[in-house]
Design a protein around this ligand. Structure first.
Ligand SMILES: Cc1cc2nc3c(=O)[nH]c(=O)nc-3n(C[C@H](O)[C@H](O)[C@H](O)COP(=O)(O)OP(=O)(O)OC[C@H]3O[C@@H](n4cnc5c(N)ncnc54)[C@H](O)[C@@H]3O)c2cc1C
Length: 82
């Protein structure tokens, strides 16, 4: 999805929907993976001594910056004519 959206961008073709789908999927995946990693590590997943807390915080921002997941879903639905 990412490479397809990037390829469309390289060709200067319309890519709003493809970029939104790639960003939505990647950011939601990053969050569920980091959340799972944090849960597996339990209290260490929260401790500053380990990098997982940092990954979780960084992943969290991808749900907001560059369009929140809710707004991306609205834009994708609009693009699909829903
Ligand atoms: C650390 C940080 C760095 C940033 N850096 C940049 C930057 O470099 N460049 C830049 O352009 N912006 C930047 N931003 C801003 C970021 O893009 C916005 O925070 C983001 O677009 C969300 O806007 P908002 O915070 O005003 O939330 P709001 O628009 O107030 O949304 C609040 C909540 O309501 C939901 N929501 C809003 N409207 C709807 C709707 N119609 N239907 C359903 N749900 C809805 C949103 O999904 C969200 O969950 C940054 C933000 C932060 C926190």
């Amino acid at each position: 999805m990412l490479f397809y959206a990037a390829w469309l961008g390289d060709k200067d073709l319309p890519r709003n929907k493809e970029a939104a789908v790639a960003k939505l999927y990647a950011s939601e995946c990053a969050n569920s993976i980091c959340d799972e990693a944090s849960r597996i590590m339990a209290s260490y997943g929260y401790a500053m001594e380990y990098p997982v807390q940092r990954y979780l915080r960084d992943a969290r921002f991808t749900l907001i910056g560059g369009g929140t997941s809710e707004i991306l879903k609205l834009n994708i639905a609009r693009d699909l004519g829903v």
